[in-house]
Design a protein around this ligand. Structure first.
Ligand SMILES: NC(=O)C1=CN([C@@H]2O[C@H](COP(=O)(O)OP(=O)(O)OC[C@H]3O[C@@H](n4cnc5c(N)ncnc54)[C@H](O)[C@@H]3O)[C@@H](O)[C@H]2O)C=CC1
Ligand SMILES: O=C(O)C(=O)Cc1ccc(O)cc1
Length: 364
């Protein structure tokens, strides 16, 4: 049996556990400091075994995944370096930043074990094992940041295990990772939070802001609902990169201020053209670091008990994974609309086909 120990079985650790559990020769052990979390991991069936003992989880493991907040990674690495690990054991992490943890691991002595940094570049604003899914990483990039001295054999063994995630494994230098992910993920999170807080401020004096903030505002700011502790740690750890990115962001905003002051319509148009061009060159059907949500609307769903069950059962029976379901403006006896969200376009396309066959009116 190959033993995989997962420290921190939340959204990311739990999704990894679900990719591995039940696969030939794999045995998954979850660890938490908190006995109540251990019970929860077992109740959710995401691991084969769970324990509060770090030693029990780690000592005979072939792979160790650290899936705790970025701010706790160093402490876990230090603790692991004091244990006698199985020769050849691979320690990896799932943290959203890579330079500091790789540098920390480089300073430590794991004897015959190896550290290889990792970052599955898919996730969501949700947290906890309740939100875990075995499909989370499908078609996403999974970055590995091996060190110069990492043996090829160890890298290959980790990459082979990670094939169960159905992600695309890619090797990137750890500080290049932090520059790029800082720009495409961490900076957008700051912008989303600042924007939501700006509007929340206006809303205090008039809640029409809240009522009118629909569609586009919700799409643009979904990531502002990310977990405060997880994001505190990511932003603090990558602060040097982010401070430079925010200087550039300020110049972009200053440029817009100038265009508006000058009432420079041509300049505004040029900005939109430039953005449209880059955006339309982005790969469309691949998962990126900011997960896309594929949504459809089902019209006039009669508001009687059981209708939602019928729809979810229809999709479930056809192995279509819903990531969210929302009832819009449904009052008693008045037909409502349903918003169904999917994590990938294939599931959405199949749902449209099935629901249309069943005579539901569907809009994308
Ligand atoms: N949320 C996301 O979409 C993504 C997150 N990541 C990274 O994955 C890691 C885990 O994030 P999530 O699974 O989203 O968070 P989560 O909150 O769902 O899970 C975190 C896990 O760590 C445990 N934990 C929390 N505080 C702890 C502490 N002080 N000491 C020990 N354990 C603690 C929790 O009990 C939980 O099991 C983070 O390093 C994050 O940067 C990576 C890719 C995507
Ligand atoms: O909700 C989203 O789309 C995300 O941004 C998820 C995410 C969060 C942290 C990461 O390091 C990678 C992906």
């Amino acid at each position: 049996m190959i033993k995989i120990a997962i420290f921190g079985v939340g959204l990311i650790g739990g999704s990894l556990a679900l990719c591995f559990k039940g696969k030939p020769e794999l045995y998954v052990v979850g660890h938490s400091n908190n006995p109540r979390s251990v019970d929860k991991y077992l109740k959710h069936g995401v691991v084969d075994h769970a324990t509060v003992s770090m030693e029990e989880a780690a000592t005979d493991a072939d792979f160790i995944f650290l899936c705790v907040p970025v701010g706790n990674m160093e402490d876990y690495l230090n603790q692991l370096s004091r244990l006698k690990l199985k020769p050849g054991c691979i320690i990896t992490d799932a943290g959203s930043t890579k330079a500091s943890i790789t540098a920390c691991a480089e300073r430590l002595d794991f004897e015959d074990a190896y550290f290889i940094g990792g970052h599955p570049m898919a996730g969501s604003e949700k947290t906890g094992v309740e939100a875990a899914s075995p499909y989370l990483y499908e078609n996403a990039f999974y970055v590995l940041t091996p060190m110069e001295q990492t043996p090829r054999e160890a890298y290959d063994r980790l990459a082979a295990l990670l094939r169960w995630t159905r992600a695309h494994i890619i090797k990137v230098d750890s500080s290049l990772h932090d520059d790029i992910v800082g720009a495409i993920s961490h900076l957008p999170h700051i912008i989303a939070v600042a924007l939501v807080n700006q509007i929340a401020g206006y809303n205090q004096s008039n809640n029409l802001y809240e009522n009118l903030a629909a569609g586009g505002f919700r799409d643009l700011t979904r990531i502002a609902s990310g977990d405060p502790i997880i994001w505190r740690d990511i932003l603090s750890d990558n602060r040097e990169v982010l401070l430079k990115l925010l200087v550039d962001w300020n110049s972009e905003i200053a440029h817009f201020i100038q265009l508006l002051k000058d009432d420079n319509g041509q300049g505004i148009e040029a900005e939109f053209r430039k953005a449209n061009e880059f955006r339309s060159s982005l790969p469309e059907r691949r998962k990126g670091v900011l997960s896309s949500v594929f949504e459809i609307y089902v019209d006039e769903v009669p508001d009687h008990p059981g209708i939602i069950g019928q729809i979810t059962m229809l999709l479930g029976n056809n192995k279509i994974n819903l990531s969210n379901i929302h009832i819009i403006e449904s009052r008693e006896d008045v037909p409502g609309n349903l918003r169904l969200s999917f994590r990938d376009v294939e599931h959405m396309d199949r749902a449209i086909e099935l629901l249309t066959q069943e005579n539901y009116t569907v809009h994308v």
